[in-house]
Write a new protein. Structure first.
Length: 248
């Protein structure tokens, strides 16, 4: 019997690092210098990306606030090549929150969304963030809020990626089955592998990579997303097994 090829009815995206760029290495470096931390923006960028990959692969054992502080303490320590005391990391994080980094739309975002809308795919956002209201504010600020039928935030839902439940809530609200959805995110484990575990198709957006990875499938630009959708529908991409609603 010929296998039925899936129709991808919905494409969901992570927010920061995927649709919008929230990184401000030069600004963060200036903040760090207030606390006598001496490194340049390139050092911080390298350390940030390195620690981000490490955190992504580690089990989720810390609360959101503790994890955020631990992330920055490790990043600052690596950039400065010395142990940064916890109180300094706390003051740095407080300073960041007093002057949030500018948020910019990645250059490939709108073209990707336009193409998917032309193909009549429903679009959504699934973000580990403070609240749905904040995610909507960011999307509105960069001019893309109207593209999205659903926005799901961990802060509002009380559950965060990589828990499969947050993906299930998003697809239920879009009215699609897991195998009819594709998730795109910039973290291999928290985004791509977690969405796949929830029964969705998924790809890892690795903007600094080569695009050759297969576990999880890897792309380097959002402009590749419509092609990924077509490959799934044509049966030339790895498939996912349909799963019962509410089960892992």
């Amino acid at each position: 019997m010929t296998a039925v090829r899936p129709r991808i009815r919905a494409v969901l995206f992570d927010l920061g690092g995927t649709l919008v760029d929230e990184r401000d290495y030069a600004g963060w470096t200036e903040v760090a210098r207030r606390f006598l931390l001496d490194f340049d923006a390139d050092d911080l960028a390298h350390s940030f990306m390195e620690v981000e990959r490490e955190f992504d692969a580690e089990p989720r054992a810390l609360g959101r606030e503790t994890a955020f502080l631990t992330f920055w303490r490790r990043t600052l320590s690596r950039a400065a090549q010395k142990d940064v005391p916890e109180n300094i990391a706390e003051r740095f994080v407080s300073a960041l929150r007093e002057s949030p980094a500018p948020i910019e739309l990645f250059s490939d975002t709108r073209r990707c969304l336009d193409q998917l809308k032309k193909e009549h795919r429903a679009l959504g956002v699934v973000s580990n963030s403070t609240s749905e209201a904040r995610v909507r504010q960011i999307l509105d600020q960069v001019g893309i809020l109207d593209y999205f039928a659903r926005v799901v935030s961990s802060g509002t839902e009380g559950v965060e990626k990589p828990d499969p439940e947050i993906f299930r809530r998003a697809i239920r609200r879009l009215g699609v089955r897991p195998e009819e959805a594709l998730f795109v995110g910039n973290l291999a484990h928290t985004d791509a592998k977690a969405a796949h575990a929830a029964g969705l198709h998924s790809v890892w957006l690795n903007r600094e990579g080569w695009g050759f990875g297969e576990d999880p499938p890897e792309i380097t630009s959002l402009l590749e997303v419509p092609l990924c959708v077509r490959r799934i529908e044509q049966g030339s991409a790895p498939s996912v097994k349909p799963i019962a609603e509410g089960r892992p």
